[in-house]
Design a protein around this ligand. Structure first.
Ligand SMILES: Cc1ncc(COP(=O)(O)OP(=O)(O)O)c(N)n1
Ligand SMILES: Cc1ncsc1CCOP(=O)(O)O
Ligand SMILES: [Mg+2]
Length: 214
């Protein structure tokens, strides 16, 4: 996938694991979100009740195959081994995970996404071979308990002004009411967890977001 294709794929990026689905079946939630128009998916199995071992592998394989059927890029959060086992299209790593340069070196064929919280981290991620950046939290979030301080869309504008041209997605507390300022600040898309996975209708939530982003 070239960088223009990646920019398009990042438009509405669902990040989700089973703990984010409010007791609903994650496969059904992803199916509905795809029907609603999400353009990329990240398996992020974290938090209370997160699956591990063979149960995680089994769920990951089902979600991976659903994404493949719909040509939705499938990304794995944090875990290189899981990404390889599931033949993922990519991996997303943060500042507390394995160093981006080493992951880039090991997973040459994969999309490598890196979390960046300021211009310095964005410049380092670029130098280390990141394919895209996740920038946040844009707004207050209850999903990631160890999230950094809220930055607002201004940090994205600062990165763009600082010469960061990489595909970039905002994350953290984003929903249909506040997605547009993230795009206007220079993001190619928005990454959301609860606005879709925790919605009464994930399909309607995704289609409403896509309508706003277009
Ligand atoms: C698209 C995207 N952006 C940022 C993150 C956060 O990654 P990280 O800082 O490593 O935190 P965890 O998600 O691992 O808790 C992300 N997952 N996706
Ligand atoms: C994974 C992650 N990284 C920064 S904020 C966040 C959680 C976003 O979840 P939500 O969209 O529910 O606020
Ligand atoms: Mg991480």
């Amino acid at each position: 996938m070239n960088s223009e294709e990646l920019r398009k794929a990042l438009r509405l990026y669902l990040v989700m694991g089973s703990p984010n689905c409010g007791g609903a079946d994650p496969y059904a939630v992803l199916e509905a979100a795809i029907a609603g128009g999400i353009t990329m998916f990240q398996l992020r199995e974290k938090g209370a009740g997160a699956l591990q071992g063979s149960a995680l592998l089994e769920l990951g394989a089902r979600l991976r195959s659903l994404c493949a059927q719909h040509q939705i890029p499938f990304i794995v959060n944090d875990d290189e081994r899981l990404a390889l086992e599931l033949e993922a299209d990519g991996i997303h790593i943060g500042q507390e995970d394995a160093p981006a340069a080493a992951v880039r070196q090991r997973l040459k064929h994969m999309i490598v996404g890196v979390s960046a919280h300021d211009l310095g981290e964005a410049q380092s991620a670029l130098a280390e071979g990141a394919d895209y950046l996740g920038v946040g939290p844009q707004y207050a979030t209850r999903t990631k308990l160890d999230a950094r301080e809220v930055q607002g869309p201004a940090m994205i504008a600062r990165m763009r002004e600082g010469g960061i041209g990489l595909p970039l997605v905002g994350i953290g507390g984003i929903d249909a009411t506040n997605a547009l300022p993230v795009i206007r600040a220079g993001a190619d898309g928005v990454a959301v967890v609860s606005a879709i996975a925790g919605a009464r209708s994930p399909q309607e939530a995704a289609s409403e977001l896509i309508r706003i982003l277009q």
